[in-house]
Design a protein around this ligand. Sequence first.
Ligand code: SF4
Length: 163
Amino acid sequence: MEKILVSACLLGSPVRYNGSDRLVDHPLMALWREQGRIVQLCPEVAAGFPTPRPPAEIEPGLMADDVLVDKARIFDQTGADVTSPFRLGAEIALETALSQGCRFALLTDGSPSCGTSFVYSGHFDGVAREGAGVVAALLSQNGITVFSENQIGQLAEALDNPS
Ligand code: SF4
């Protein structure tokens, strides 16, 4: 059965920067879990970040379609450049998806790693903007279709209609 790469925080793992989760209570998630389809990963934890950790945002100016993983810069709230470990997390996510044969990923929107439709401004001011995180961008660039937690229905349709 086809597997899906899923952000660990959507499955209830308390791995977000502030130690919280983003659990999605949806019957399809429960079904996919029972079916053994879910490949759970937190790219930031996989890259070695502790939890909790300072929040991080992608440098302003990069939009969804041109978030090139080799150009995106990510800084945490202390001003530290954390681009390199964030890229490592994205590479681990890609390797994991490819090794598990995942054509689809379900990722947490808004994250500088997992965001698929929006990220934050880069100024830690709570302002969202259109854009993608480095994990979503790298997966997309390698042919893996990414969905946000608000697109579970679309993901189910894609699973039912293999191309
Ligand atoms: Fe969730 Fe992704 Fe952030 Fe990990 S990196 S806490 S999986 S949004």
